[in-house]
Design a protein. Structure first.
Length: 325
């Protein structure tokens, strides 16, 4: 335990740096007065979200614009033209999900697979991948900040669900993840089924926490504001395990030599870029950008840079579903 606490102490300066380092392009951390920094979730079964009426296929998004307009030929009055006139794309991101969206402690730059996608959209809209304002948000803030217009997009390992389609819109699926569990190195646990009575952490507002509450009432579900909060608790010994997408847990294991990801994925977590429900034109624009990134190899190059070492060779990119009317 002493070694684990020492490691936690060693990591804390980097975590603090993540909140204050400068970067070569604009970033904004939003205050969260309505979202508690730490939420303890009661144990016991939870009914979970009810199926959304009329949502037969949550992966169905809107057909991409064809052809994709250049920054100089965006339709007048469109959401894209408004963003161009503003001069920057505002994207809600994570700064503590290593490999997906995390601040490099040396350069101060937020980087990762999700960040690459945000920059691709900015380049298509404004002709410059750096014309992006990255706003660091929690999982619980993703939908409210899209709904009130504080951000144009959310690129934060966000699972597409029918329930979320009732509140926001999504791009086509850009990556398929799955929920696993992270435990101490040397643990006998091979899955959540082996953790009865254990304290298991996941971010508040995530599908990981909802699944934990709904399907695993024999564990003590512990909600926290971010994955980093879960990791610090894990290192301090106040929780016994962390559950989340394999992409996120791979980044945690890379930071903590006393942690290991175990078991097979027990959910499907299709990721999409979140958009305000009224901005269908922007969804169609984003879908065209994603399709181009797959076709010209940028999607695979980004995967190879960020995820291949932890998750293996790049899978076949998800086949987009454009069946939403």
């Amino acid at each position: 335990m002493r070694a684990r606490v020492a490691l936690a102490a060693a990591l804390l300066p980097a975590l603090l740096l993540a909140g204050c380092a400068s970067a070569p392009y604009e970033e904004t951390a939003l205050p969260s007065p309505s979202v508690p920094a730490e939420v303890e979730t009661p144990t016991g079964p939870s009914p979970g979200p009810s199926p959304a009426a009329g949502c037969e296929d949550p992966l169905a998004s809107y057909a991409p614009l064809d052809p994709l307009p250049s920054p100089d030929s965006l339709p007048a009055g469109s959401t894209m033209a408004q963003i161009r006139d503003r001069g920057r794309l505002v994207v809600g991101v994570s700064a503590d999900s290593l490999l997906l969206g995390a601040r490099d402690p040396v350069s101060g730059r937020i980087e990762g697979f999700d960040i690459d996608l945000a920059r691709m959209v900015a380049e298509a809209l404004l002709g410059d991948p750096d014309a992006v304002e990255l706003r660091v948000i929690t999982a619980a803030e993703r939908i409210p900040l899209l709904q009130d217009g504080s951000v144009d997009l959310v690129a934060r390992n966000m699972t597409i669900t029918c329930e979320r389609w009732e509140e926001i819109a999504f791009s086509a699926e850009y990556y398929r993840s799955g929920q696993k569990v992270l435990v101490p190195l040397g643990s006998d646990a091979a899955s959540l089924d082996d953790l009865a009575g254990a304290r298991v952490c996941a971010p508040t507002g995530s599908t990981s926490l909802a699944t934990l509450q709904r399907d695993h009432p024999d564990v003590e579900a512990v909600g926290a504001a971010t994955h980093t909060d879960c990791l610090v608790r894990f290192q301090q010994g106040t929780v016994d395990a962390i559950t989340g997408d394999d992409t996120v847990l791979a980044g945690m294991a890379a930071q903590d030599p006393y942690a290991v990801v175990v078991g097979e994925a027990f959910t499907d977590e299709p990721y999409g870029l979140g958009v305000n429900a009224d901005d269908v034109d922007l969804v169609r624009f984003v879908n065209a950008v994603l399709a181009d990134a797959v076709a010209d190899g940028r999607w695979r190059a980004s995967y190879d840079r960020w995820l291949a070492d932890s998750l293996g060779a790049a899978p076949t990119p998800p086949v987009p579903d454009y069946g939403r009317g």
